[in-house]
Design a protein around this ligand. Sequence first.
Ligand code: SAM
Length: 218
Amino acid sequence: MKVKEIFEGVFLIGGQLTTKNLISGRSYSEKIINDGGREYRVWNPEKSKAAAAITRGIKNFPIKKGSKILYLGIAQGQTASYFSDIIGNDGIIYGVEFSSRAVSDLVRACEQRGNIVPIKADARKPEDYSWVEKVDVIYEDVADSEQVAILLRNVEAFLKKGGYAMIGIKARSIDVTKDPAKIFQESLAAIKTRMEVLDYVTLGPYEVDHAFIVCRPM
Ligand SMILES: C[S@@+](CC[C@H](N)C(=O)[O-])C[C@H]1O[C@@H](n2cnc3c(N)ncnc32)[C@H](O)[C@@H]1O
């Protein structure tokens, strides 16, 4: 079987995006590919904006073995489980989520994996989880009209010097009446006031009216 590593810890197998399972035998409901005793989990771009962004051709994906990540809007931990595979046991994900229901499912995933810390909090208020250490990567995927402001606030509080930020922009959450293309341009302009944009892709057809940005402080 031909396995091609396209980013550190992210593999293409027969045209499918995958990560190497950190805990063999445990998965959500995704397809598993076995290759010579190694177990790869298929990462579906229709179910994860980060996978859609990689499939749409971003050139920079800053999550690596050992990365420390602050994940805003981690929900039940579906996408985070792939980040958890990539960072391995030397990395850590601090996962912020304000829905009690999502957090209780997340806690189960965290017990299995050991490198995800669930935090029930509002990502608009970084002061409520100020104990979190500085991280290498901040990923934001919250459905909120203030998405970009939330990212910048958290970057200010938690991103290490030389770190990266990624955001999945959901145009319909920012303003349902506005043309998504205009919202993406406004979001880019707001990010560019403080950050250098390394990648910008729209996520159709996997996630309609969504875009993905990879950036770092200037
Ligand atoms: C699109 S879902 C995230 C999906 C997840 N990132 C994944 O790919 O597996 C957005 C999540 O953000 C959470 N959320 C929205 N606003 C938030 C806020 N201000 N603080 C924390 N969580 C928030 C929602 O409860 C929801 O679970």
